[in-house]
Design a protein around this ligand. Sequence first.
Ligand SMILES: [Zn+2]
Length: 397
Amino acid sequence: MAINAANNAANNDQALIDFTCALVRLPSVLGDENHVAEHVSREMRRLIFDHVEIDDVGNAVGVIRGLQEGPAILLDAHMDTVDVIPEDAWTRNPFGGELVGDRIYGRGSSDMKGALAAMVYAAAGLERSALAGSVIISASVGEESVEGAALRGVMERYEPDFVVIGEASGLDLVRAGRGRAEFTIETIGKPAHASNPEQGVNAVHRMAGVIGEIEKIPMLEDPFVGRGVMCLTDIVSVPYPAHSVVPSGCRATYERRLLPGEVRETMEAQLLEACARADAPDTVVRLATTDYRTYTGRRWNEPKWFSPWEVPESHALVQRGLRGLRGAGLDPRLVSYQFCTNGAHSAGVAGVPTIGFGPSTEQHAHVVDEFLEVDQLLSARDGYAGIISTLLDGAAS
Ligand SMILES: [Zn+2]
């Protein structure tokens, strides 16, 4: 197929809907993204992307080069989804990819195979002679476990000037995102027979004191990004189960949602001070670590710290992004992501200007009977095309 024919094929609404349904029909629960990666790369080749690869961690990456020189823009959508639990609560086949009325049903339709399909079609549908620069589409792995890790290698290889995260934004433009961190707290006690508990030190009682103090840590509120969160997510005593013994250890996990400006040292210091106030000597506070294996066998062992990020409203990327979306007939507001995304790496760590834009809303992610409205899908494609053509406007340079 010639490039012109590929442009035409990509500008066909029904073809985009069919591609989205096909992606939903390929299960890609976290760690099993291979079939989607193969299908996406096949479609990119069919639509005459200039370069297509499946990289070492399993991302499917495609590049379209404009006929003129210019910046590189990276659009990212993760292929992995959360699991389908409880499956019997679904009234639709989670992997049916059914189009019912104006909705595409299935796991990953909103989070975020629709966005992935829309960006592939948006990039392929543009006239290359009008593009000054290149478009990189990253269909990435592992986001539901380790935000940003998959994107790191793509960014090192392609060195984009701008990044667009395709997570659901309700077709609004995102210029900030909350970060995420996971801390473990371990209290130490002294074992004793449960018939004489006064001879020991109960590590669970110590943890109860620590929890009480942690609950008192004030959470900040950011007028744009929302509120910081500290959430106790699990707790286990040692030994477990205990048979007539005063527990000598207790471990609790806290998940923290982070606001722009919140840094690791301060977060750790807050927890240590809470432990000190609780009079729980020898308590250990640690940033948790991941141990994740991609379907290609690559391992990610790293701290669970996913940075918050913010790009000022006056930044050229935000302003040009707004212009591109308005040019596509949309009416975007400026908003922030409440959930953590791959922007934690692109903006939060790599410091590359990043915005978010995608179909559907955060409330449609991870739910039973997940669906995506076809209108949102088609508007997202137009929005991506608008952003790309505004950023790579050959006529303006
Ligand atoms: Zn997502």
